[in-house]
Design a protein around this ligand. Structure first.
Ligand code: SF4
Length: 340
């Protein structure tokens, strides 16, 4: 548990869900300070790295701003994304959030979750299932002991007819989710990688073997109903020197853990970075062993002119062929949702 200091903004004090979060946090013997306004200050350390570390250990209970009620699509993962929080207590040295969050990465948990959930119905299609991703700006399981918000989302989606929830995590504390009435409307996913990457680049997360066991528990049928649909997000896939052997080992481990019939999907994401995320992450982790070189990369442009660095096409082809082959060979009943 990485959050050490809690604050609640003045506006969030009147929200029952915000109060519920504060009660959980204080029950864990963590102090929650009630702020007289809606701003958090005084978190600056002497250096940028110190500020970053303080922010990562700080939880603020806030009201989600109006912009959070206008949802954006999030292909290829889901039709729409929504957020129960922003920020995450882990320290992944490639974190995709680094280039998107403004200012120090304080964890901001939303006190007006019921309103956020009510808003989703507007985005549901009446004639086909609509998927909603809730892990774009946080690791929802990583803060679940503090918020309870992921469980609330699962309960909400359990009651919808044509809406599906998707979440992904690098944590493993799933006990509180096992008995929820999910009705098969939530796909739980674990983000996994080879141990070499998880151990050196994913500080503060659960070991990969624990993430896999947690996902297994979620997928197993329970006396009161079926297990959850589950998925594995293998990310970021890195073309390190002996990547074939390393990832073969990961697939063998997955095969051992999922030795029973279940609804299992795969999503494959190769390592990429933007100039901004590289800059921010190199500031946060100056001693990182991550390969930030741009020479062996291709530049990909989006429609707004932004660029990102991805592996050059030969490496991409080899990686893709290998991963698709392993999944087809070992997991005949599973679906590969996308490679990117
Ligand atoms: S768990 Fe996800 S959100 Fe959290 S630091 Fe790692 S990559 Fe970023």
């Amino acid at each position: 548990m990485a959050a050490r200091t809690g604050f609640i903004y003045k506006d969030a004090l009147n929200e029952p869900w915000g109060q519920q979060i504060c009660d959980r946090v204080t029950a864990l013997n963590l102090p929650v300070e009630e702020l007289s306004g809606n701003r958090l200050s005084g978190l600056r350390g002497e250096t940028e790295q110190e500020t970053y570390k303080i922010a990562k250990r700080t939880l603020a209970v806030v009201i989600a701003p109006p912009s959070q009620f206008r949802l954006s699509p999030i292909p290829p993962s889901a039709d729409w994304q929504f957020h129960l929080a922003q920020g995450c207590p882990a320290h992944c040295q490639y974190c995709y959030l680094a280039g998107s969050l403004q200012g120090p990465p304080v964890i901001r948990a939303y006190a007006n979750l019921p309103e956020i959930l009510d808003n989703l119905a507007k985005y549901e299609s009446s004639h086909q299932d609509t998927t909603f991703e809730v892990s774009c700006y946080t690791d929802p399981l990583g803060i679940e002991h503090l918020t309870g918000s992921l469980a609330e989302c699962i309960r909400y989606f359990g009651q919808r007819d044509r809406a599906q929830l998707r979440w992904v995590s690098k944590f493993a504390a799933v006990e509180s989710l096992l008995e929820l009435p999910h009705n098969g409307h939530t796909r739980c996913r674990a983000s996994v990688n080879i141990n070499l990457i998880a151990k050196t680049l994913e500080g503060g997360t659960a070991p990969v073997k624990d993430r896999l066991q947690a996902l297994r528990r979620l997928a197993l049928p329970r006396p009161e109903g079926g297990g959850y649909p589950v998925g594995l997000v293998i990310a970021p896939i890195m073309a390190i020197a002996d990547w074939r052997e390393q990832y073969e080992g990961l697939f063998a481990e997955i095969e051992t853990v999922f030795d029973f019939e279940c609804d299992l999907t795969f999503e494959l994401i190769s390592h990429r970075f933007t100039p901004k995320s590289k800059d921010v992450l190199q500031g946060w982790y100056p001693n990182s062993k991550l390969d930030w070189s741009e020479e062996n990369r291709s530049v990909k442009r989006n429609k707004f002119g932004g660029i990102k660095y991805v592996y050059e096409s030969d490496t991409m082809k080899q990686l893709r062929q290998f991963f698709e082959g392993e999944i087809a060979r070992r997991f005949r009943r599973s679906r590969l949702l996308y490679w990117t």
